[in-house]
Write a protein that binds this ligand. Structure first.
Ligand SMILES: [Cu+2]
Length: 150
């Protein structure tokens, strides 16, 4: 093999090697390297805001044979809890015939509890049908007022 050809071949090989070496530039460019994904933002769960502080329940005792206190005033959304602290069965019967609240004697024996939350302002008279009528005897009234704005 003539010597000049060998030198030329070596030069070509060297040129290829240099070119291929220079060609790997883009991969080495740090600006093109994929950046690690940012950590996900922490999820913060906030409890639903409550419009007004939750009022404590208001208690009415059923004695033999009165409701005490006989008249109770609460704001809308306040739970009323009747407790039969007597020795006899009683009931809570809405005087206007409403069936959306009240409890009969089967559910309101001695020691029993009945709870109701009034959602509309108004006067809610009631009685015990065992020991009274809507006009006389074991009577009570729940007066529900609009929620205070503070
Ligand atoms: Cu009664």
């Amino acid at each position: 093999m003539p010597r000049p050809l060998l030198v030329a071949a070596a030069a070509v090989a060297l040129a290829i090697a240099v070119a291929s070496c220079a060609d790997d530039g883009p991969a080495a460019d740090p600006s093109l390297a994929p950046s690690p994904a940012p950590p996900p933002a922490p999820t913060i769960t906030v409890a639903a805001a409550v419009d007004a502080p939750v009022a404590e329940p208001v208690h009415v005792q059923s004695l033999d044979n009165t409701f005490r206190p006989e008249v109770v005033e609460v704001t809308v959304g306040t739970e009323v809890v009747w407790t039969n602290v007597g020795r006899n069965d009683h009931d809570v019967t809405p005087s206007d015939g409403s069936t959306t609240w009240g409890v009969d004697a089967d559910g309101f024996g001695p020691g029993a509890e009945y709870r109701h939350t009034f959602t509309e302002p108004g006067e809610y008279p009631y009685f015990c049908s065992i020991h009274g009528t809507a006009e006389v005897g074991q009577l009570g009234t729940i007066i529900v007022t609009a929620a205070s704005s503070d």
